[in-house]
Write a protein that binds this ligand. Structure first.
Ligand code: GLC
Length: 569
């Protein structure tokens, strides 16, 4: 079994995007020895597990999520010896290591796909190959089998003359989807997981694993979107149970990335009696600022919708015996601190940046589930918003820019939208210092450092009272110290008509009751006292202002802009 086994309900997990965390050899790209060199920093933050994004051999068309060999380390990131050393050093500090398993698709450079291209029938059956519509016979592609669009813009099917078929790619054209109906594929994937387990890792994150079981019938959708159609497919639970059993990872810490999922399925993915996963990432709460559900159409975040989603998922997962992964940021998201209103005063106490960064942290550390910190969240790292499209590297961002301009947007408008929504916002180099390349590399970083680095960096925040970093350290400590935070029941509270942008809930365990109140409002507002029921004997446990908000005789709370406050009975 794993060297580090912690109760996942009491754990805090830290995500490292290896490419952007720390570069040890000056080539401008983060690497495994770089991560190892920062383990003391992670230990001082107090996290229990570190999740490493893919460092396997890859052509890097999709930031390493296009894997060409599942059982090796890309020389760009180091060697297998470096990996073993990282694991050993993490374990010495009591930190578990989780790896990213990208098993829904491979890179087109993977040996399996290459052998399929070379005509080996066994490997052709690893992928999802179809004839074209209206094809007159072999050699004539006809039209794509369905109108499905891939996640990064453009069709989800590619005609490949060497296969004589169209192959399905839900993501980039270089990422052919694996055919999980083939038992040999499932076994091969389980072998990959077992390989890393035997190498000493302590947990796994499964990339877009909600998409592994494709529908029985492939049909057009009204608008060509296919994620919802494919997500949570007919055999997905069965495949996950089989994977867990075959890889021998039951009881290890696991999390599934559940694109386009539903609450009912996430309950099934995570309730212990089904032996699938420990917890799931869902993404509905990160779409509340998509106009008409379109990522590339801007609107202000809809906080009423956010509250409804959190309430449904928090109370729903609890009722069904499931477990949530709690997060705002990852390598696919723009920075939440920017997104939810912390646009001014980066690095300054009392600014909207300071208030929003801390409020978001309070919210995710006080809800029910396991909190994830994405690298740089704890520093308040903000969106990059580069001045030129040439500064962007991400395949999705570059495609989106092109499609926006083709669709009639001006270059400025397209750049502004990409600046808000690009995944590169979350992939900028970790800000260790205010010096050269943020202390991330001695060389030229593969992606430019945002302008806020001067005041937002680990060196400037370490040990400084009231800094974002110290605030996060306190929250991690609270998570470990307070059973009510880890295990308490959750119930959402009515903040009243005077507080439309406030999210409030209680956590209860035995006699302990904790009340968390988080305001997204840039103005002051008044929260009804009724449901909060803060009688005598409640003390402020945490908050993003130096003192308590005013509490009136009727129990109502006068919240200041973007205030977060937590009370404990
Ligand atoms: C997941 C990853 C993302 C990647 C996609 C395809 O969503 O987090 O970075 O592009 O899967 O693998």
């Amino acid at each position: 079994m794993a060297a580090i086994e912690r109760d996942f309900k009491r754990s805090v997990i830290y995500q490292v995007y290896v490419k952007s965390f720390c570069d040890s050899d000056g080539d401008g790209v983060g690497d495994l020895p770089g991560v190892t060199s920062k383990l003391d920093y992670l230990a001082a933050l107090g996290v229990d597990y570190v999740w490493l994004t893919p460092f396997y051999p890859s052509p890097q068309r999709d930031g390493g999520y296009d894997v060409s060999d599942y059982r090796a380390v890309d020389p760009l990131f180091g060697t297998m010896g470096d990996f073993d050393e990282l694991v050993a050093q993490a374990h010495r500090r009591g930190i578990g290591v989780m790896l990213d398993m990208v098993l829904c698709h491979t890179s087109d450079r993977h040996a399996w796909f290459q052998r399929a291209l070379a005509g080996e029938e066994r490997f052709r059956r690893f992928y999802i190959l179809r004839d074209g519509r209206g094809s007159s016979g072999p050699g004539d592609p006809g039209e794509p089998p369905t109108n499905w669009q891939c996640a990064f813009g453009g069709p989800a099917w590619e005609w490949e003359p060497r296969l004589g078929k169209w192959y399905l790619h839900m993501h980039d054209v270089s990422q052919p989807d694996l055919d999980w109906t083939n038992p040999e594929v499932r076994r091969a994937c389980a072998d990959v997981v077992r390989f890393w387990k035997e190498r000493g890792v302590d947990g796994f994150r499964f990339d877009v694993v909600s998409l592994i079981s494709k529908p029985e019938v492939f049909e057009d959708t009204p608008d060509g979107s296919c994620r919802r159609l494919v997500a949570d497919g007919p055999h997905v639970h069965e495949y996950l149970q089989e994977l867990v059993a075959q890889a021998g990872i039951d009881g290890m810490l696991t999390v599934g990335e559940m694109a386009a999922t539903t609450l009912g399925n996430c309950i099934r993915y995570t309730r212990p009696e089904d032996h699938e996963l420990s917890m799931t990432f869902s993404f509905h709460h990160l779409k509340v600022d998509y106009a008409d559900g379109d990522k590339w159409a801007l609107k202000e975040p809809d906080i009423a919708e956010l509250r409804r989603l959190f309430r449904d998922w928090q109370e729903g997962m609890q009722a069904g015996g499931g477990w949530n992964a709690l997060f705002w940021d990852n390598h696919d998201q723009p920075r939440a601190v920017t997104r939810f209103g912390g646009r001014e005063g980066a690095g300054e106490r009392g600014s909207s940046w300071d208030r929003v960064g801390k409020m978001l942290a309070v919210l995710s550390f006080t809800m029910q589930g396991t909190p994830y910190i994405y690298q740089g969240d704890e520093l308040g790292m903000a969106n990059a918003g580069y001045a030129s499209i040439d500064a962007y590297a991400d395949v999705e961002s570059v495609n989106a820019y092109r499609l926006l301009v083709e669709g009639g947007a001006s270059a400025d408008e397209a750049l502004r939208i990409v600046g808000e929504r690009s995944r590169d916002n979350g992939r900028t180099p970790m800000q260790w210092t205010g010096g050269h390349a943020a202390g991330f590399t001695d060389g030229k970083p593969w992606l430019a450092v945002p302008a806020t680095v001067g005041k937002v960096n680990a060196e400037a925040e370490d040990g400084v009272e009231g800094s974002m970093l110290e605030f996060y350290r306190d929250l991690v400590r609270l998570r470990h110290d307070l059973p009510v935070l880890a295990e308490g029941r959750v119930r959402f509270l009515d903040a009243g008509a005077g507080a439309p942008k406030v999210i409030a809930f209680e956590r209860t365990l035995g006699d302990a009751r904790l009340v968390s109140v988080c305001s997204f409002d840039a103005r002051a507002c008044t929260v009804d006292g009724g449901d909060l029921a803060l009688g005598d004997g409640y003390r402020r446990l945490a908050g993003n202002y130096d003192d308590e908000p005013l509490r009136a005789d009727d129990g109502s709370l006068a919240l200041r802009p973007q205030e977060a406050v937590v009370y404990l009975q």
